[in-house]
Ligand binder design. Structure first.
Ligand code: WT7
Length: 648
């Protein structure tokens, strides 16, 4: 790591840094010396009904229990709306750019308050109560933000589901979460492709049948298309909600009561919902977004993430609103109806902070500089990325061409489980190294361990772990605390294991090397290869399969599936059929890049599939296959090469 580019913080003289490097250092030291004191001080960033006096309680040992601010009470919608009504009630809280309608809608904090209260009343009328789960499956429209905050207002736990999940995927999550109500749309446009939200939801509810507790479905009409409505269950969102009162007394929540749960993928088959607690999550959202995306009056933050991901929760909704900022959402695509669409929207809405995924940066880069240069982009002052590794090349392109070398680029590393930024620079304060997510925010005790879980000092490479709880940490996996302990705390007892590998250089900067488990990242969407294998394994025509991730120039990674078909069931299932099956069982985002039908898979003598070899062969990396001595049958290698590359 000698050829690193370092861009000193002083290169951004116009960027209003929030502190000096010395103050940042002092903050780190205070957090180390007195973690509870530090976090109780940070807790003052949000509005509490009663301020907490207790910091952390619990332990990473044995059964793992995590609790923050146990004696504090609050309501997250008050933190995000009510507390701003006197000072900035008329300031725009939310800009929603509706591509299908070709217009943008702006809601002030007062408007947001009104809409959230109406929906809170409507949901209450339908019987939704504190602690109930409400599933939200919506495109990027203002109702998605309103729905999350309305759930928060009544103390219901929101479960936002991605519109790209298949009906099967939605059904599984509705049943697992025990949702009682659903908020969805009739349909949405993704570019020129219609996405049938209501139809998928109807299908999901049919599949879930008696296993689902959903009694009510609110349908946001995003277009004129009519959809079948089931009387007594389905309601037109606005026709129904807009009649309710514009005030709703927020339910007071104890800090540890859940705010939301969110499904994510892991290295075992079933998707899991991680649970986030109200108090710790809100402090963490306000703290992390306040440190890295500190807004000034007039700032517009556009985080392009879908609301169904953790970024969509923390960087679109809770973080910016808790801090009194203006957040923008949009159902647009970067290259539709023409390349450069996002740049048009940046100019039109005077976006000052753009936060997107490396895959979008690579897609913009592929369109060429001329597309960027047709736009002014002079409102931008900060650029951010998260979700997957960004190469120094793409980082520098984003910095030089989009940001004209004026805007710091913040590469932030975090996870659904961490709820907010863990690694990331304080812009204008820390020097930047393209390709590195910098270092942990003050208060985060990040460590790197060897494969046995021994903590390494200084420059090192190994497993990325966190040694002490932080307020935004996920508390459990819904309905399966044992899996929570096993997934995150078994690798190195007493440490939270992130699942990622990383290097730490001589300056203390972290460089993420990728997942160490069988999780892949397709265009920022996290997918467990075991999830694909389990889903396909249920089809009786498939004897066995193995799914692996390979590098992809734009998506970062892509999925490749190897499958063994049953000989007696050659029922016409082919590569394309398997691909369709993955889309049907999991969702469009999981569509494989390639499927190979094979007579067998490479195995060790104990029968374990050697995915490392499959990955290499699928990537075309055929010269460097590594040590093959563990294979039970060497003849498998030429067979696989032939299947994939058509060569012996
Ligand atoms: C996984 C978490 C940013 C939150 C949204 C994704 C990968 C995340 C980075 C980054 C390299 C990154 C990790 C992590 N990841 N940010 N800046 N550089 N890799 O949340 O869906 O839970 O995925 O995304 O592998 O474990 P998620």
């Amino acid at each position: 790591m000698t050829d690193q580019t370092v861009i000193p913080a002083r290169n951004y003289p116009h960027y209003p840094a929030i502190m000096t490097p010395e103050q940042l250092q002092a903050m780190r030291e205070y957090a180390r010396r007195d973690p509870d004191g530090f976090w109780l001080q940070q807790a003052a960033r949000i509005h509490w009904c009663s301020r907490p006096s207790i910091g952390f309680s619990g332990s990473f040992e044995k059964d793992v229990s995590i609790s923050w601010f146990a004696d504090g009470t609050l309501n997250a919608s008050v933190c995000c709306i009510d507390r701003h009504l006197t000072d900035r009630g008329d300031q725009v809280a939310l800009i929603s750019q509706r591509e299908a309608q070709g217009r943008s809608e702006s809601l002030t904090y007062k408007d947001l308050h009104e809409r959230v209260c109406r929906l809170a009343n409507a949901l209450t009328h339908l019987g939704v109560e504190k602690g109930h789960r409400v599933a939200i499956c919506l495109p990027m429209v203002s109702e998605a933000v309103v729905s999350m905050l309305a759930c928060a207002r009544i103390g219901a736990v929101h479960v936002v589901l991605f519109g790209g999940f298949s009906a099967e995927g939605i059904a599984e999550r509705l049943v697992d979460s025990g949702a009682v109500a659903v908020i969805t749309a009739n349909m949405a446009w993704r570019g020129n492709k219609p996405v049938p939200y209501k139809q998928s939801m109807d299908e999901a509810l049919r599949i879930a049948g008696g296993n689902s507790g959903v009694h009510s479905v609110l349908v946001v009409r995003t277009s004129e298309e009519a959809v079948p409505m089931l009387p007594g269950r389905d309601y037109d969102f606005h026709d129904f909600v807009d009649n309710f009162e514009v005030d709703f007394v927020p339910v007071v929540m104890r800090a540890e009561e859940p705010l939301f749960m969110l499904y994510t993928s892991g290295s075992t088959g079933k998707p899991k919902a991680v649970v986030h607690a109200t108090g710790g999550y809100m402090v963490w959202a306000a703290y992390t977004m306040g440190m890295v995306y500190t807004h000034q009056p007039g700032d517009v933050l556009w985080c392009t993430a879908d609301v169904a991901w953790i970024t969509g929760h923390t960087s679109v909704v809770y973080g910016p609103l808790a801090n009194g900022g203006t957040t923008m959402i949009s159902d647009s695509l970067p290259t539709y109806p023409q390349p450069g669409r996002w740049f048009e929207l940046i100019d039109a809405n005077k976006v000052t902070m753009l936060f997107t995924a490396p895959t979008a940066v690579r897609a913009m880069m592929a369109e060429g500089d001329a597309v960027v240069n047709r736009h002014k982009l002079d409102s931008l002052r900060l650029l951010g990325v998260a979700g997957e590794p960004i190469s120094p090349d793409a980082w520098l392109w984003y910095h030089d061409v989009v940001g004209k070398k004026r805007c710091p680029v913040v590469d932030t590393w975090w996870q659904t489980e961490t709820a907010g930024i863990v690694l990331g620079p304080i812009p204008g304060v820390q020097s930047l190294k393209p390709g590195s997510a910098t270092m942990p925010l003050p208060g985060v005790e990040m460590v790197i361990t060897d494969p046995q879980g021994k903590v390494e000092q200084g420059a090192a490479e190994g497993a990325l772990c966190i040694a002490r709880s932080w307020p935004g940490q996920a508390r459990t996996i819904w309905g399966d605390h044992a899996r929570f302990c096993q997934t995150y705390f078994a690798m190195a007892p007493g440490l939270y294991f992130t699942g990622d590998g990383a290097k730490r250089d001589e300056d203390g900067y972290y460089w993420i090397t990728g997942r160490m488990d069988d999780v892949i990242n397709i265009a920022g969407h996290r997918l467990g290869t075991a999830e694909v294998e389990d889903a396909l394994g249920e089809d009786h025509r498939i004897v066995e399969c193995a799914a692996v991730g390979v590098d992809h120039p734009v998506k970062g990674q892509a999925l490749v599936v190897f499958a063994i078909l049953r000989k007696d069931a050659a029922t016409g299932l082919d590569e394309a059929g398997i691909s369709r099956l993955v889309v049907k069982l999991i969702g469009r985002y999981a569509a494989p890049e390639a499927v190979y039908l094979v007579p067998d898979l490479p195995r060790t003598r104990s029968g374990k599939i050697v995915r490392r070899l499959l990955r290499k062969i699928a990537s075309g990396d055929t010269n460097e296959l590594g040590d093959l001595s563990a294979l039970s049958d060497q003849s498998i290698v030429p067979m696989l090469r032939e299947r994939v590359w058509g060569q012996m």
